[in-house]
Structures are given as structure tokens and as C-alpha cells.
Design a protein around this ligand. Structure first.
Ligand code: NAD
Length: 484
């Protein structure tokens, strides 16, 4: 095994515990590289007690002092970008450029946290003569962040910098499939000067998550993962009277109009469906082709066929994921869809044990097929044909998910209609992965997000703080003798 069995990182140190473990795989080779402990209620409680002890001193620091940690931490991410990216590649399978981009995005998220003293300010107004109302933001206490496998480094950074800069102490429960990056995050935060106990990593799966949702001293839970788990976590955390923001899965539609720029649309759509092996909640999943866009599709086929698995596209996370994705393609083909580019059965020389599937494009998919309705989470694009823009929008609207939708067109009127009518929280115009960059917030609608607010940017300030309102009345005549 390349790495020692992992331990939880609590109170500023690795802690030993006699726990059952799970093997951690390198998806590029299908080999075991470490083991992750499966924590339960006892381990979660130990982390909570450390966080509670650290909270009074940390939250009492002025925010301008707290963010100094993230100025230093951002520099450490940039210093270590190569090794951090290599770790992400190893545990998740991402190709190097994608893993690097993930670390640099984590650094950008710290940049936003560093600006919080300028943004997360209070409010003050003289509401009547001598009476002023003032609102200030206070931290919540101990909070938790539960993460998925697809961005081992970046998604935890959606929550860590903002929650901690706003004065909270955090427990991170990373995905048990990709647990290595989280411990490195804990070490670098300590190196940046974060006091021990402000951030802890508790490893595990379902038991650890349930213990987080149940713990009376955890005030807020943020979750990112599949819709099925998001529902479980949201229900359990809120039934225990916690605030909860739970981001779920996605089924993103890209509408391509006949006036789309052929080259831009083709390369953009293939990059969206195949980047990170399609394991992005913002990945293109269904392309709705309006009337004749065959030249765009022909170019997409060329671009996708030119991609080399192992060099331009990494593996998916596990053997089970690969099997599931292939099943979706097999089923669609059996139901009459046309596989234009077939990534099934690829082997990468030197990585024969890896879980690879090349970019796969399937035409003439009908909206009732499973591949058009369910989240596939692999490098697979289903093309559904439509005869009008409104029919295309109706196909998109039928999805219960609401993360992202995009349109490829040169018409402002068409773009505006899609923006107004798409049933998603994020919309792209000629952009395949329409992730809003900070200070704008990331967040979908409907089955892609449970709870109120967004997870990043300005929208996250409300989630990680509570407001206190002060009403003050001054007797304007008091002290008048000394004034002049
Ligand atoms: P997942 O739901 O399987 O796991 C997410 C987390 O929940 C992990 O930490 C896991 O340990 C825990 N978990 C799993 N099953 C659980 C259960 N029954 N009870 C309690 N906890 C449980 O998700 P995943 O496979 O790791 O991640 C992929 C999913 O995440 C996709 O659906 C993707 O769309 C979604 N995702 C969404 C966003 C977004 O912004 N909406 C971002 C990234 C990923």
C-alpha cells in the first residue's frame, strides 16, 4: 500500500482509533493505495468537543485577523499545487490539468474568504430621532461539511474558508472514496496558523454522516452529493433542528440552436460532457438539438474521437460506477438510440486495471429513455432531437433536477428566453459549464438543492452566520452641558 492507513485529524493531530476500515483505490490502476477508518458517533463527538473548546477564542478574534490565516493558506495551496494535484489525481483519477485546476479553484475560494471583512459587514440606520437599529453577524458555533468524491479538494473548499473565516469551527467528513486530500488540508491549515481544534477531519461513511446530523452541538450541516443522500441528510439534520443546505445531483441540458457557432459549440460541449470523466454536477448530460444542427454534431464526433483515454480523459471513480455507466449506454442502444462515439471497453496501456470509459455520444435518444432522465455521472452525452426552442425548453423543464442549463446561439432573444424559462439555478449562454465565479454564488434549484441559500460567494454568508439586532435609544439632551 502506497499510503499508511488514514487516521482522523482532530484537535490539530492525527488520532488513533480502533475502527473498521475500507480500502481506498487508485481508479487509474484499480489498486488499493490506503485504508480509511469508518468513524461513528464516538469519533464525531470527540471532534465536536475539540471544536467546541476552540470556538470561544476563534470566534472572538476580529474577522480581519481570522482571514489572515486564509491569505497564508492560499499561498500554501499555490506553493504545493503540484503535490496537491498529484494526490487528487491518485485518489480520484483526474488527469493532471484537471487536478491542478481544482487546486487553483480552491485557492480562488480562499480569495473570496479573504474579502469577507469588506462584504460581511453589519447594517446601521437611525430609524427615528435618537433611535438606531444595528445588525451584526455572529458565528454559529460548530458546523459540519459533508463532501462527495468528485472534487476531493475543491468542494470542501466551497465551505471551509467561508465558514471558518466567519468565526465557526468546522468538522469535515470527506468522501470515503477520496479521503487523502482532506488530511493534507488539515495539515496546511495548521501550517497557515489556524489554531488546533478549529478544523477537524472525521473519516467515514453513512454512520459518521448520521452522527453529524444527530449531534446536538453541531449547529449547521452543509452537504454536497447525490440527490438520494441529500434528501436523507436534509431531513435528518433539519428534524434535529439544525440549519442545513444539501446540494444534490444533476441532469444538465444543453440546447443547441441552428445558429450556434459550430466550432465553439462542438469543442465546448465535448469538454463539458467529458471533463473530469463526466463526473461533475455541472457536466453536460443531455444535448437538445433544435432542427438541423448536424454540422455541430459531426464536429463533436471528431473532437470526441480524437480524445485519448488516460491522456485527455481520466477514469471514473470505481468498477461499480463504470459498470453502471456502461449499462445506461447498453440500454439506450437496445432501445433504438444510435451510438455515434463509443467509449465502452477502452483499455489504457499501462493502466489496464483502471476504470476507463472514453467519451460516448448517443444520438436519437428519446426523453422517456432512462439515459435521458437519470443522472449518469460519466462521460456520456445523450442527444435528444427537438423541432423548436420551446419544445427543447420543455424537455429541459421535465427534469426534476435543477442545477444548470445552457444554450448555444447567436441570438440574444433566444438566450433570454432560455434564461427566463429554464428550471435551473444556473444558466449558460455559449458556456458549457456555467459555474458562477466568486463573488457570485453557486447553487441549483429543485432536486439539486435542498435548503435556502447558496453554498459559495455572497449567498453563503447568511448560511454560516446568524444576525443579531440591536435597537438603541439615546436621550439627545443628555450630556448637552459638555458639548459646547
Ligand atoms: P454520495 O451521495 O454517494 O456521497 C456524498 C457523501 O454522503 C459522502 O461523504 C458519503 O460518505 C455520504 N453518504 C453516502 N451515502 C450515505 C447515506 N446513505 N447516508 C448518509 N451519508 C451517506 O455522492 P457521491 O457519489 O460521493 O458524489 C456524486 C454526486 O454528488 C453526484 O450526484 C453529483 O451530481 C453530486 N454533486 C453535486 C454537486 C452540486 O453542487 N449540486 C457538486 C458535486 C457533486
Amino acid at each position: 500500500m502506497k499510503y499508511d492507513p488514514l487516521r482522523n485529524h482532530v484537535g490539530g493531530a492525527l488520532v488513533d482509533a480502533d475502527l473498521p476500515t475500507l480500502d481506498v483505490y487508485d481508479p487509474s490502476h484499480g489498486t488499493v493505495i490506503s485504508r480509511v477508518p469508518l468513524s461513528g458517533a464516538r469519533e464525531v463527538d470527540a471532534a465536536v468537543q475539540c471544536a467546541r473548546a476552540a470556538f470561544p477564542a476563534w470566534s472572538a478574534l476580529p474577522i480581519k485577523e481570522r482571514v489572515q490565516v486564509f491569505f497564508r493558506y492560499k499561498a500554501l495551496l499555490e506553493r504545493d499545487v503540484d503535490t496537491l494535484a498529484a494526490l487528487v489525481s491518485e485518489e480520484n483519477g483526474k488527469i493532471e490539468s484537471e487536478a491542478r485546476a481544482e487546486i487553483l479553484k480552491a485557492a480562488e475560494l480562499c480569495e473570496f474568504a479573504c474579502s469577507l471583512p469588506q462584504i460581511a459587514t453589519g447594517e446601521l440606520l437611525e430609524v427615528s430621532r435618537g433611535v438606531e437599529c444595528r445588525v451584526e453577524r455572529f458565528s454559529l458555533g460548530v458546523v459540519a461539511s459533508i463532501a462527495p468524491f468528485n472534487f476531493p479538494n475543491m468542494v470542501p473548499h466551497w465551505t471551509i474558508p467561508n465558514a471558518i473565516a466567519l468565526g465557526n469551527c468546522m468538522i469535515l467528513k470527506p468522501s470515503e472514496l477520496v479521503p487523502l486530500s482532506a488530511n493534507r488540508t488539515a495539515e496546511l491549515l495548521l501550517e497557515a496558523g489556524l489554531p488546533a481544534g478549529v478544523f477537524q477531519v472525521v473519516h467515514g461513511g453513512r454512520d459518521a454522516v448520521e452522527a453529524i446530523c444527530d449531534h446536538p452541538d453541531i449547529a449547521a450541516v452543509s452537504f454536497v452529493g447525490s440527490t438520494a443522500t441529500a434528501k436523507v441528510v436534509y431531513r435528518r439534520a433539519t428534524s434535529n433542528l439544525k440549519r442545513c443546505l444539501a446540494l444534490g445531483g444533476a441532469k444538465n441540458h444543453l440546447i443547441v440552436m441552428p445558429d450556434a457557432d459550430r466550432e465553439m459549440a462542438a469543442s465546448n460541449i465535448v469538454a463539458s460532457m467529458s471533463g473530469c470523466a463526466g463526473q461533475r454536477c455541472m457536466a453536460a448530460s443531455v444535448m437538445v438539438a433544435v432542427r438541423d444542427v448536424d454540422p455541430v454534431i459531426a464536429r463533436m464526433v471528431e473532437v470526441a474521437r480524437a480524445m485519448v483515454p488516460g491522456r485527455d480523459i481520466g477514469p471514473v471513480i470505481s468498477a461499480a460506477a463504470l459498470e453502471r455507466i456502461v449499462r445506461y449506454v447498453d440500454e439506450a442502444e437496445a432501445a433504438g438510440a444510435t451510438v455515434l462515439v463509443d467509449g465502452r471497453g477502452v483499455k489504457v496501456p499501462g493502466k489496464e486495471g483502471g476504470y476507463f470509459i472514453g467519451p460516448t455520444i448517443i444520438d436519437h435518444v428519446t426523453p422517456d429513455m432512462r439515459i435521458a432522465r437519470e443522472e449518469v455521472f460519466g462521460p456520456v452525452l445523450a442527444i435528444v432531437r427537438a423541432t423548436s426552442l420551446d419544445e427543447a425548453i420543455a424537455v429541459e423543464n421535465a427534469s426534476p433536477y435543477g442545477n444548470a442549463a445552457s444554450v448555444y446561439t447567436e441570438s440574444g432573444a433566444v438566450a433570454r428566453r432560455v434564461f427566463e424559462r429554464a428550471s435551473t439555478g444556473m444558466v449558460g449562454v455559449n458556456v458549457g459549464v456555467p459555474v458562477p465565479r466568486e463573488p457570485f454564488s453557486f447553487g441549483g434549484w429543485y432536486e439539486s438543492r435542498f435548503g435556502v441559500g447558496d453554498i459559495t460567494g455572497k449567498g453563503s454568508i447568511e448560511f454560516w452566520t446568524q444576525s443579531k439586532k440591536l435597537t438603541t435609544k439615546w436621550n439627545r439632551a443628555a450630556g448637552v452641558n459638555w458639548m459646547s
